[in-house]
Write a protein that binds this ligand. Structure first.
Ligand code: ZN
Ligand code: MN
Length: 514
């Protein structure tokens, strides 16, 4: 039986091949990423408004997140904890930090400045190893800042140019973000994708964000430039905004790199600017020319205190950091589970279940197969490792067929009965060899002519007759199995029926057969 590959929920399917995204000979890609992550706190960064996606527009707002005169921000301690957790998961140093005002005008940013961190961010100097375990991407910083509101352009295209109105929702204004900035260490579109994927897995594992690109709780900007292979210069980069899927990340990075190479080949050069990724076409189009940091006139926010986490606080953060996905995948592959399966299991957060079941004595290979192929559902959480082990043992010893085991497993998601109880309820347990044996004898007695032909077909004879007999035997196995299945309503194990039929045919005296 070849089980179907289940769809994985958080991962996108395999992308266009790496070859398609290779650059022309002699050129090297240089990419750094800026990833904004919305933290899954109950409330916003500087006020008590709910931090919740999908609510009615402008319902989670107050004077502070609307920037009304006289309102004052108070920092959310959980947001700071989450930010430090992210820092530690990315091997960063945690530093004393200062909130700064980043001044610029945007209609969805009511204060006309964004509270961020500038020259003294919470986390600096980390790194993340890609799942290939060969490539390490440097993390320059991971700082805390507030999100802006959200503008929607009403009109046919949804873009600003032909919009008839701009609608602003301030629910998102003041939602806590951590902005993770990598070093320009990424050398291919594959690596860019792998980085985002691994980061996503880490953020989910440490429970600080749901990291959904399609809902905007994780937003990726890519700084792209190219250089002649072997050079270590950093040429003019363009920042691609609005990348909202892994596929779009790959396509827009490659498009942008080829655009730069084209310009250089024509003795031109790219301008430093932001560019928009078009999800449909995979192309990028010019946005605004990029400001330098000086343009923002950063200064320390006088309304907020500096953060100066003590050693004890940092130690507490380290102590709460759970095992990270890379470590968890490694634990599984060490136990003999293939890297692909380990990926899926950790991705679905089912590795704990797998390990507990195997520790409780279940066969590792069969347990992995059942989890990967038959537990791609949301309601598996009531299954304990011990119960799963019981089920796997029933299947491994042949008490339950594969089909039956899957049916029992599906029911185990619904209630807390033991696999034995469920199997009994479904009538699987009654289908022991004894019952099958009796039933088969009865069917044989009811169909004497067919049985005679089957016994003859199974008796060894001259080779010339073998092919014809083989075919006849196959047809008759189908006939008897069909009868059994009808009478047991499909409860019988087909392989077992086949085995019993041959056994019985061989033990039927040949003089009767002839
Ligand atoms: Zn508020
Ligand atoms: Mn930012």
């Amino acid at each position: 039986m070849t089980p179907e590959q289940p769809p994985s929920e958080t991962q996108e399917p395999a992308q266009e091949s790496s070859q398609e995204s290779a650059l022309p000979e002699g050129w090297e890609l240089v990419v750094g990423l800026e990833v904004h992550v919305e933290l899954a706190t109950k409330t916003k960064l500087f006020c008590g408004c709910a931090n919740r996606f999908g609510d009615e527009p402008n319902t989670n707002i107050c004077p502070t997140c609307l920037g009304l005169p006289g309102s004052l921000p108070v920092v959310n301690a959980t947001a700071v904890e989450y930010a430090m957790l992210i820092g530690r998961a990315l091997n960063c140093d945690i530093n004393p930090s200062v909130f700064a005002r980043k001044n610029y005008f945007y209609p969805d940013m009511p204060k006309n400045y964004q509270i961020s961190q500038y020259d003294q961010p919470t986390n600096t100097n980390g790194h993340l190893q890609l799942p290939d375990t060969q490539t390490t991407i440097g993390i320059e910083r991971a700082h805390i800042e507030e999100d802006t509101g959200k503008t929607s352009h009403a009109g046919t295209s949804g873009r600003i140019h032909d919009a008839s109105a701009a609608l602003i929702d301030y629910n998102r204004a003041g939602v806590p973000l951590v902005e993770i900035v990598t070093r320009p260490d990424i050398r291919s579109a594959d690596q860019a994708q792998a980085f985002v994927r691994e980061l996503q897995a880490i953020l989910i594992a440490i429970g600080v964000s749901d990291a959904r690109m399609e809902q905007g709780s994780m937003r990726v900007d890519a700084n792209v430039s190219v250089r002649p292979t072997g050079s270590d210069e950093l040429r003019t980069r363009c920042e691609i905004k609005n990348v909202n899927s892994l596929r779009s990340l790959r396509r827009s990075v490659v498009f942008e790199a080829l655009r730069h190479i084209d310009l250089y080949n024509n003795n031109e050069a790219p301008r430093q600017e932001t560019r928009h990724a078009d999800e449909e076409t995979g192309r990028t189009t010019a946005g605004r020319s990029k400001e330098e940091a000086d343009d923002y006139r950063y200064f320390a926010d006088p309304d907020l205190i500096n953060l100066n986490p003590s050693d004890a606080v940092i130690k507490a953060i380290d102590d709460t950091l759970p095992p990270l996905p890379a470590q968890r995948r490694h634990q599984l592959t060490k136990a003999g589970i293939t890297p692909d399966q380990a990926d899926i299991v950790v991705d679905r957060n089912q590795d704990d279940l797998l390990i507990k079941a195997v520790t409780a004595g279940a066969n590792a290979e069969l347990t992995t197969t059942r989890i990967v192929n038959d537990l791609a559902v949301d309601d598996w959480h009531c299954i304990t490792g011990e119960r799963l082990a019981e089920l796997i043992n029933l299947e491994h010893t042949g008490t339950l067929s594969a089909t039956q085991a899957k049916q029992v497993l599906a029911q185990m998601c619904q209630n807390d009965q033991t696999p034995q109880e469920i199997a009994a309820e479904l009538g699987f347990e009654a289908m022991e060899s004894d019952e099958l044996d009796t039933l088969l004898d009865q069917i044989i007695a009811e169909n004497p002519a067919e049985w005679q032909r089957f016994v003859t077909a199974n008796a060894s004879n001259t080779p010339a007759e073998d092919e014809k007999k083989g075919e006849d035997a196959k047809k008759l196995v189908g006939f008897f199995t069909g009868q059994i299945m009808r009478q047991t309503k499909g409860r019988a194990d087909g392989a077992k029926v086949n085995q019993l039929l041959i056994q019985k045919a061989r033990s039927t005296p040949t003089e009767i057969a002839r």
